[in-house]
Write a protein that binds this ligand. Structure first.
Ligand code: DX5
Ligand code: ZN
Length: 219
């Protein structure tokens, strides 16, 4: 069975001590850095942009899993590749020509991800799943950290897993929002491969230990 991954979300890091928090993740058992880019249009919040990502990439020594919550993401695919993104996820709801966007991401040497809002059915991926490396199922409405997990996500994981098997695809399932020790085990048992965790990790007394515990719970 494929190893289950943990991706701490830097949205919940201490921006005044970003280098410290990145080095903490470097030394931890975490697998990826999850980096949330928000434009204030696709979502009602603005996080950080290119200069900050550039600074993060300088210190991070694990893959950068970049989650774009922006309209018209095609405009910035080359830019994110040049900044060091390893995975680039776009929102299905923000793409008019998803198939073209996926090819453009891969042409830049990145893994192509598609994120789905809580209201978006996984059935909309039946004609593209074989072209998708990673599906990010939003288990909260995107835009903010620290929100409550939406229980319907389990049903979406099952439906997505069925679709992946049916189409003989090798897509990873990532869960983003409200992940904690309360749901981690059940999420991977249902079919998740990657768990993003922001406030649960950085809001804890000992983020390194919290990451280790999460990894242990889903091993
Ligand atoms: C929300 C972001 C998430 C966020 C998760 O729009 O996509 O990655 O950082 O934060 P928590 O784990 O606090 O829900
Ligand atoms: Zn995210």
């Amino acid at each position: 069975m494929q190893t289950k991954l943990v991706a701490p979300s830097l949205l919940a890091a201490d921006f005044g001590n970003l280098q410290r928090d990145i080095e903490l993740v470097n030394k931890s058992e975490a697998d990826w850095f999850h980096i949330d880019i928000m434009d204030g249009v696709f979502v009602p919040n603005i996080s950080y942009g290119m200069p900050v990502l550039k600074a993060m990439a300088k210190h991070a020594n694990k893959p950068l899993d970049v989650h774009l919550m922006i309209v018209d993401p095609d405009r910035y695919i080359k830019t994110f590749a040049s900044l060091g993104a390893d995975n680039l996820s776009v929102h299905l709801e923000a793409c008019t020509h998803l198939h073209r966007t996926l090819q453009a991401i891969k042409a830049e040497g990145m893994k192509a991800g598609v994120a789905l809002n809580p209201h978006t059915s996984v059935s909309l991926l039946q004609d593209t799943i074989q072209d998708i490396d990673l599906v990010c199922l939003m288990s909260v409405n995107p835009g903010f950290g620290g929100q409550s997990f939406i229980e319907n996500t389990y049903a979406k994981i099952s439906a997505l897993k069925d679709l992946i098997i049916q189409k003989n695809a090798s897509t990873l399932i990532e869960i983003d929002g409200g992940v904690s020790s309360k749901n981690a085990k059940k999420l991977v048992e249902t079919g998740a491969d990657v768990l993003v965790a922001g406030s649960f990790v950085f809001g804890s007394d000992n983020p390194t230990e919290t990451i280790s515990k999460l990894k242990e719970e889903i091993a």
